[in-house]
Design a protein around this ligand. Structure first.
Ligand code: PMP
Length: 423
């Protein structure tokens, strides 16, 4: 039997022959006188290699076979009636996951950052005030995005993992008079789930829109968009939803729509302009959906399947399940002598647990050991939490006690075998 690399090379050559014949028949290429000067790279003549890993970091998480299979179905046209039907289903799935009846609900073609930029670009105009709660990397990111598009950015700051009282938020709203206030519900760089109750009402009292990031918390911790008066909510596909990275659900309230569709200036991005996206998603009441961009068809198939799993499981069951597994993990970590970074159990994000770096250890060595010997990915901190924490994420499909036990055994092994290299 021929080795796989030879078989795939032969297959490649077989594909090339008719192509070259077609070209030479048009007198472009003569044998021995190739017009290309860059040869096919050797790596492209080898088959794709992607190892199996247990993705127990803050995302992406492992994707269940059912979602992978949905993403692997034959492509259909992005403007076909059936595709529009699938997009309509996705919209309903997001409305359930977000607990919203907002008509302006859709999925962005892009990762969580795309939704973040879409929110800021559409509801804020240059020169307007934006208030950002910064208690980890995600506030920092949104502040930078808003600054880049010309907003006047004010921040409400805490150390990573800190949280803001409603009184602190109201004081800042009154002081800065922002048109938009940003809060990360699941602050994944610090492992914090931030209280949201009452914040929407405060924002509205001060004539401001509330933007909430639920990339790391959707499906894992309770969040009710309409009941909590959130104006713009977005998430990512690759965390508790367990779809591949690359699509990002987002929803806008009536209030947010009023602001973004009564702007004086056009949003800085054509791709992320909600005037176009709302038509592409059939949300603008027009009979015809027009071409705007080519949506990620396979990504939408996978997202639909992951939203279907959440609908079958039930949101409340999903929240309860994440909490139970997280509590099991937290207890196991404490039994290993480790300290959890977020002291208050009620403020711990169930999907992403942060562990204070154990004294005397080099965190990079621990993570490398676990990846090498257990094929498990955990990660270190991100942005301001780098060097402060290690992060374990058990989300959606990965969220069960067997995986938590595997994560604990791997950590136990690493703690026994990694030298205490750092004083
Ligand atoms: N917000 C939070 C809370 C996140 O955890 C992440 C991803 N780690 C993002 C936003 C950005 O999402 P993406 O990497 O999909 O752009």
């Amino acid at each position: 039997m021929l080795p796989r690399s030879v078989v795939s090379r032969c297959a490649l050559l077989a594909q090339q022959v008719p192509f070259e014949c077609a070209l030479s028949s048009k007198h472009f290429v003569q044998r021995g006188m190739s017009s290309v000067t860059i040869p096919p790279p050797a790596c492209m003549l080898r088959p794709l290699e992607a190892p199996f890993r247990y993705l127990f970091g803050p995302g992406p998480s492992n994707v269940p076979p059912r979602v992978l299979a949905a993403g692997g179905r034959p492509i259909i046209g992005h403007m076909h009636t059936e595709m529009f039907g699938i997009m309509d289903d996705i919209k309903k799935g997001i409305q359930y996951a977000f607990q919203t009846s907002n008509n302006m609900t859709l999925a962005m073609s892009g990762s969580g950052h795309t939704a973040m930029e879409c929110a800021v670009f559409n509801v804020v105009e240059a020169g307007e005030n934006v208030l950002v709660a910064v208690n980890g990397i995600w506030g920092e990111r949104v502040a930078e995005i808003a600054e880049r598009m010309g907003a006047k950015v004010h921040t409400l700051k805490k150390a990573p993992g800190g949280h803001f009282t409603n009184a602190e938020i109201e004081q800042a709203l009154a002081k800065h008079k922002p048109v938009l206030f940003f809060l990360a519900h699941g602050e994944s760089s610090a492992g914090l789930v931030h209280p949201v109750d009452g914040v929407g009402d405060l924002c509205h009292k001060h004539n401001c829109l509330l933007l909430v990031d639920s990339v790391a918390s959707l499906g894992a911790a309770p969040l009710l968009m309409d009941q909590q008066n959130i104006d713009i909510l977005y998430t990512g596909s690759q965390k508790a939803l367990n779809a591949p990275p690359g699509t990002a659900p987002i929803s806008f309230s009536e209030r947010a729509c009023h602001k973004m569709f009564n702007r004086k200036t056009k949003p800085v991005s054509y791709l992320l302009d909600m005037a176009h996206l709302s038509n592409y998603w059939g949300n603008d009441g027009e009979q015809n959906r027009l071409y705007h961009h080519t949506g990620p068809v396979s990504g939408f198939f996978a997202l639909r399947e992951s939203l279907a799993i959440l609908a079958e499981t039930g949101l409340e069951n999903s929240w309860k399940h994440h909490k139970e597994v997280a509590q099991y993990l937290w207890k196991g970590l404490e039994d290993l002598g480790l300290k959890l970074f977020i002291k208050d159990k009620d403020l711990r994000l169930p999907s992403v647990t942060t562990i204070a770096i154990p004294e005397g250890y080099n965190w990079k060595e621990i993570l490398a050991y676990i990846l090498k010997h257990h094929q498990i990915e955990f990660t270190g901190g991100l942005g301001p939490s780098v060097g402060m924490v290690m992060r374990i994420g058990l989300m959606g499909y990965n969220c069960n006690k067997a995986n938590a036990a595997m994560a604990l055994a791997a950590l136990d092994d690493a703690l026994k075998n990694c030298k205490k290299t750092k004083a």
